[in-house]
Design a protein around this ligand. Structure first.
Ligand SMILES: CC(C)(COP(=O)(O)OP(=O)(O)OC[C@H]1O[C@@H](n2cnc3c(N)ncnc32)[C@H](O)[C@@H]1OP(=O)(O)O)[C@@H](O)C(=O)NCCC(=O)NCCS
Length: 150
């Protein structure tokens, strides 16, 4: 596998295609480009296959989205992306990584649990379809040696 690399706003259309293949309501290329140009946002991707979008504010960061195309799932791409994003965040002084995940999203919850994320809250009716979100958190300092793949 070719490792994840940086994605820029110029890659927004390709990122939108991956997103549309992973979520019922895909984000448009213009929205993804705008996110990528906003302060603190960065993306890593395996071109055409998977990407992660993260936003850092001071010493905390949030995974805005993460997606792998169906044909490349269960091959370690998301694990590598979260690991690399976490390492990059840590290198710039971020110590905590947050995210929201749908309560019914079993694959994503298994992924994050395996990486050491813990549940810190639940938002009832958070998503457009009325489903709840779990709030997950990873202490990057504690996780660096234990969970995050290099
Ligand atoms: C969740 C998602 C990003 C995982 O991507 P992926 O590249 O297939 O994940 P990985 O191959 O890195 O999986 C790593 C581990 O996560 C867990 N996992 C991933 N998919 C799983 C599934 N369908 N069922 C159970 N566990 C799963 C496993 O522990 C897996 O390790 P293993 O394959 O050695 O058992 C992908 O399924 C996806 O794009 N889903 C739709 C979008 C989405 O839900 N994004 C996350 C929003 S918070």
């Amino acid at each position: 596998m070719t490792g994840p690399v940086a994605a820029t706003a110029a890659d927004a259309s390709a990122l939108a295609a991956i997103h549309a293949g992973a979520f019922p309501q895909g984000w448009g290329a213009a929205d993804i480009a705008a996110l990528l140009l906003s302060p603190g946002c960065c993306a890593r991707w395996v071109p055409g296959q998977a990407f992660i979008l993260v936003r850092a504010v001071l010493d905390e960061a949030e995974i805005i989205t993460l997606a792998t195309v169906p044909a490349r799932r269960r091959q370690g791409l998301a694990q590598a992306l979260v690991g690399q994003a976490g390492a990059l965040c840590l290198a710039q002084g971020v110590t905590v990584l947050h995210l929201e995940v749908a309560a019914g999203n079993v694959p994503a919850q298994a992924l994050y649990a395996g990486l050491g994320f813990v549940r810190v809250g639940r938002r009832p009716g958070y998503y457009a379809d009325g489903s709840d979100a779990w709030l997950l958190r990873l202490n990057l300092c504690a996780a660096a040696d234990v969970h995050l793949p290099g």
